[in-house]
Ligand binder design. Structure first.
Ligand SMILES: [Zn+2]
Length: 65
């Protein structure tokens, strides 16, 4: 069975769970708050490239004049 990551909308917990193919796409119960308000996360393999211009670097003397 594949391992998937889920995010709980109720308490914000992220957890991994082995999910049967027939259960993929269905909400899984959060192990912390037992809520079903969970979403499946996409696999975190997209760590290449720099297509996320979140301005957290070059904080000193910005480009604005
Ligand atoms: Zn939860």
């Amino acid at each position: 069975m594949p391992l998937y990551e889920y995010h709980c909308d109720s308490c914000g917990k992220e957890f991994e769970k082995m999910v049967r193919f027939s259960q993929i796409g269905k909400p899984q119960e959060c192990p912390k708050c037992h809520s079903n308000e969970t979403k499946r996360l996409l696999s975190r393999i997209a760590s290449l490239g720099n297509s996320s211009p979140s301005g957290s670097s070059c904080a000193s003397s910005g480009p604005f004049r």
